[in-house]
Ligand binder design. Structure first.
Ligand code: C2G
Length: 128
């Protein structure tokens, strides 16, 4: 069982998120997702429109996602990788280099972001 792990806020889900999740899942047999809690988002200076429970329910309904767990701190990734026995850590390449230290535990992959779409832009477009 090859486990892939990734993290994010996944607010107002869009094709950029789906492309990331689909490609991450294709790297293994299961994908577990660390979903930023509302409190952690404040620490990231990101306010999500949808709260954690809402974002979690949406992610759990996606065929590429096998499990969703809370991301509460920047420092939990090592423990998460060990707990899930993750073989591959995946993020979009806007994070390139930021998590290279995890390569001691598992493969670290940065996948190209999907261009021209972001939750921030969607919020601006709808005046949220
Ligand atoms: N993403 C993407 N293409 C986009 C938008 C997002 O590939 N057009 C990817 C991001 O690179 C990230 C994932 O989708 O890997 C989730 O994006 P966000 O919800 O914006 O997550 P972020 O705020 O980057 O949180 O500890 C890591 C953080 O929790 C990451």
């Amino acid at each position: 069982m090859k486990t892939v792990i990734t993290y994010g806020t996944f607010d107002i889900l869009h094709v950029g998120h789906i492309n990331l999740l689909r490609r991450a899942r294709a790297l293994g047999d299961r994908l577990v997702v660390g979903l930023s809690t509302d409190e952690f988002n404040q620490g990231k200076h990101k306010s999500s429109l949808l709260n954690y429970e809402n974002r979690k329910a949406v992610l759990e309904s996606i065929r590429y996602v096998d499990e969703v767990f809370p991301e509460r701190t920047w420092d939990q990734k090592v423990d998460d990788i060990r707990r899930y026995g993750a073989d591959v850590f995946v993020m979009g390449d806007d994070w390139a280099g930021r998590f290279d230290f995890l390569s001691e535990l598992c493969e670290v992959r940065y996948l190209p972001r999907t261009p021209d779409i972001s939750t921030t832009r969607i919020k601006l477009d709808v005046g949220a």
